[in-house]
Design a protein around this ligand. Sequence first.
Ligand SMILES: *Cc1c(COP(=O)(O)O)cnc(C)c1O
Length: 407
Amino acid sequence: MTSPQKFLPYGRQSIDADDVAAVARALQSDYLTTGPGVGRFEQAFAEAVGARYAVASNSGTAALHLACIAIGLAPGDAVIVPTLTFLATANAARFCGAEVIFADVDPESGRLTAAHLEAALARAGSTAKSARVKAVLPVHLNGHCADMVAIRALTEARGLRVIEDACHALGGRHRAGNDSMAPVGACALSDLACFSLHPVKTMTTGEGGVTTTNDAEQYRLMQLYRSHGMSRDPATFRHADLAFGPDGQPNPWYYEMQALGWNYRITDFACALGESQLGKLPGFIARRRELAAHYDRQLTPLAPVLKTVPGQAGDDPALHLYAVLIDFAAIGKSRAQVMAELKALGIGTMVHYLPVHQQPYYRERYGRQDLPGADSYYARQLSIPLYPDMTEADVTRVVDGLRRCLG
Ligand SMILES: *Cc1c(COP(=O)(O)O)cnc(C)c1O
């Protein structure tokens, strides 16, 4: 009888005793939310990625929405979003009333290239309900950065803003010029960068997100909109009759709503977990790279039926997901069949992602669109297990499972 093998999910968090102790300490402190832990985490995060400012929020989706608010995105504006991404990249722009122009992506990497961005810009007039393009949201799919040098050159020439969806890429570095590298999040070639701290990402706070920027005004706006558009800073008060007593002192109960904001606040105990995890991020990334190198080596002989996804030349990626592209027609099995067979072997897989332009909400808004690069990537894509607590034997088990399954 074979002993049951532990199930390997496609991704999962790594939590140790230090993390648990950090959260327990926060829970026993005076503040469960918006205490000193939030600012401390934000400062540590900004330092870790080399940005001037970081705003923590309660999801990657909130982080993207706050970034869109920070550039003043509004009805009448459009943004360019690669269609091969999670829903939230596009939705963040829609929350601001802006229209989304979906760009196609490279069929082998799934990423936005300068050529695909140019093609989307050329189509913009006819597809965006006459909205004017204001920004581009490149996505660092799987942790591999989009070609930021080429994208920045294009956007600078046209006066477009750049918001990085870096939800897959925390802990990586990308090429920032001829001889220079920049950490993802430093905004070396963008206006803002957005991160998710969901448990499958490269570090976690449970639910959580962070937006980074080097711009003081964007930082102020994101803090304001994160908490109801509400200010408690007397220096910013606009209505003196309500704000100040006869002695000219600010009324102690007073706060002022200056804009229509949200409650995107993160808790102190989530930030305590974040601060603890941040210290381990370099180790997590190093481990992910080691495991990915084992996959690279062991999967090469499975070509051409199975191909790995190429990175961006010169980058040090963070490797959130390990994606493979499988020729399902060639093996005579559907993707659902392959997923079921792997699951029976204790191997979890997932598909990242159905191109967003195919989602009913967007099809109904913009009509059917032909983005063949994204459709080709999607048709072949499968994410296989990758997370720091995996062993090399786990990697070999996954590869053996794939080999059996692909025949
Ligand atoms: C996870 C993710 C998001 C959203 O993050 P949440 O924290 O789940 O809200 C956005 N974009 C991409 C590419 C993601 O992977």
